[in-house]
Design a binder for this molecule. Structure first.
Ligand SMILES: Nc1ncnc2c1ncn2[C@@H]1O[C@H](COP(=O)(O)OP(=O)(O)OP(=O)(O)O)[C@@H](O)[C@H]1O
Length: 244
């Protein structure tokens, strides 16, 4: 299987402190990769670097086998990526405009834009918010708008940093079920940070456990959870203790 993104000797620092050290790692096409680990493990930093929001201090990232130039990915590559964060950065305008923005940038014809906006608002059950200003949304509503905005461009890869954390439980379950279906149909690749083992079990096909800026273990989700190595086990032990 060819890597979709490949990371080679990636290092990143804040000041003098090393916060990321990834000798070799790949994200494969069509997989739903989970990232778990304690606070400060480097998960968000890795996601920002993988999605080209930030450049690593050191190392090479390849896209489908070709090295991406240092100092940033070309626009046409970045446009294949979508990102949904825990605290969505929405524009100070109507919900429907927020969701449409990616398609407008890509110069999609008007009628097609609004057809897709309607479809995605419906999928995320936010049609009733279409004409509300995004400033006045609740946390959960804003997360749903952010996910619709990310999915509408039909990205090759979706980067998710705790995108469900503010959702009420029934909405979360419904969304995760929808997501699983949408992903299976669209063949979208995803990198997904979560602190919720239920989300990880439900959605991911492969799991990487991070700590201290390093990937301590990576493999099929079930294998990592059933047979964690020492470092991953230390983090996962608490889940086992409470039988979650
Ligand atoms: N802009 C920044 N300036 C300085 N240090 C930073 C910055 N962003 C992150 N860090 C540090 O880098 C380390 C990794 O942070 P990161 O946000 O990647 O961790 P994380 O695993 O996503 O944590 P969490 O689970 O708490 O979200 C932490 O020690 C954090 O304090």
């Amino acid at each position: 299987m060819n890597p979709y993104l490949h990371f080679h000797t990636i290092k990143h620092y804040f000041g003098k402190r090393k916060v990321l050290d990834i000798p070799e790692f790949s994200i494969f096409e069509g997989e739903f990769l989970g990232l778990m680990g304690p606070n400060g493990a480097g998960k968000s930093t890795f996601l920002k670097i993988a999605s080209f929001l930030e450049s690593p201090a050191d190392g090479t990232i390849s896209y489908r086998g070709a090295a991406v130039p240092n100092g940033g990915a070309p626009l046409e590559l970045r446009r294949k990526f979508s990102i949904a964060l825990q605290q969505p950065l929405l524009l100070d305008t109507l919900v429907m405009q927020n969701i449409a923005v990616g398609l407008k940038l890509r110069k999609v014809p008007r009628a097609e834009i609004w057809r897709r906006v309607e479809m995605w608002m419906d999928r995320f059950q936010i049609s009733h918010l279409a004409r509300k200003n995004a400033r006045f949304l609740s946390g959960g509503e804003a997360q749903r708008v952010s996910l619709a905005r990310a999915m509408i461009i039909e990205p090759e890869i979706l980067f998710l940093d705790e995108p469900f954390s503010a959702l009420d439980f029934p909405t979360k379950i419904k969304l995760m079920e929808d997501f699983r279906g949408i992903f299976a149909d669209a063949g979208t690749t995803a990198m997904f940070i979560s602190h919720d083992l239920a989300e990880i079990k439900f959605l991911t096909s492969r799991l990487a456990i991070m700590a201290g800026g390093e990937i301590k273990q990576a493999g099929p989700t079930r294998d990592v959870l059933d047979e964690p190595n020492e470092a991953a086990g230390e983090f996962l032990e608490v889940w086992k203790r409470y039988s979650i």
